[in-house]
Unconditional design. Structure first.
Length: 271
């Protein structure tokens, strides 16, 4: 029987998977708006192709809210993204700032300054990483964190090997990661920036609740490695999630091995 994750949510399609996670995030946001300010921790957001249908589903749900509730959501919104490319201007079409604006801020009419990302255009990347970590800490750290899973096991841009106590930092991107993320750059891995600023495992593991979203057959091998590891290994950064008490894994049939999906604890669900 698998001891990780706390909750395994398996769906036949990526669309169904994202719809159900969007429902959970919507419910979280409703509760979040009712929390006292001191308890209201920011959302931790991710980017990439895996997240696009999730954000589309979340936008559809939130736009059904009453006008009054939407005004309140826009007034109080606070999120911190995992990462940003270094050397890319915020308005660049390939930046994650533009990605978040396209998929979330513009559709929901959120104020850009309420969606925080590392400063990828900063002349001193190390100083920008420290500043970003300090800004997140000043807001209380992440409450609910979204994560994707890289084909080499990275979460955020934490490339292997990565220690559990690694804080926000500048990272040299691997060839595998640049290939995986070349879609925004015309399919050319060489056009993908060689460095990025990313939150570290230290900030990620400090979240109250983590939602790892893994869809598509291309992620099947790395997901199986993650689920069968007996203990975390620096060579697979996502494996540090094994030590977190509240990780939800959201996977579609293409990504998760059926034999693993069937060996679940009582509080895990198949759909």
């Amino acid at each position: 029987m698998l001891r990780f994750p706390r909750q395994l949510q398996r769906y036949d399609s990526a669309a169904d998977c994202c719809e159900r996670l969007a429902e959970r995030l919507e419910n979280h946001l409703r509760q979040w708006l009712l929390m006292p300010l001191a308890l209201r921790r920011p959302l931790g957001l991710a980017t990439g192709r895996t997240m696009e249908p999730l954000y589309a589903a979340l936008v559809r749900r939130l736009m059904l809210w009453s006008a009054q509730d939407l005004v309140e959501l826009r007034r109080r919104w606070c999120s911190f993204n995992l990462d940003e490319y270094l050397g890319v201007q915020a308005g660049d079409q390939c930046s994650y700032s533009t990605y978040m604006s396209r998929h979330l801020a513009e559709p929901l009419q959120l104020r850009p300054e309420t969606l925080h990302l590392p400063n990828g255009s900063a002349p001193d990347g190390d100083a920008a990483a420290q500043s970003y970590a300090a800004a997140l800490d000043a807001c209380g750290g992440v409450g609910v964190q979204l994560l994707g899973l890289g084909t080499n096991g990275h979460v955020g841009f934490n490339e292997p090997p990565t220690a559990a106590d690694q804080a926000c930092h500048v990272v040299d991107l691997s060839e595998a990661t640049r290939r995986q993320n070349s879609g925004l750059f015309g399919g050319d891995p060489a056009a993908v920036p060689s460095q990025a600023i990313t939150l570290g495992l230290q900030e990620i593991l400090a979240a109250d609740e983590i939602h790892l979203v893994v869809t598509g057959a291309a992620k099947a091998d790395i997901l199986k490695r993650l689920l069968t590891l007996p203990a975390p290994q620096p060579g697979l950064p996502a494996s540090w999630l094994l030590n977190h008490p509240c990780v939800w894994l959201w996977a579609d049939a293409d990504a998760i091995d059926r034999s693993l999906a069937s060996d679940t604890a009582e509080d895990r669900n198949e759909h």
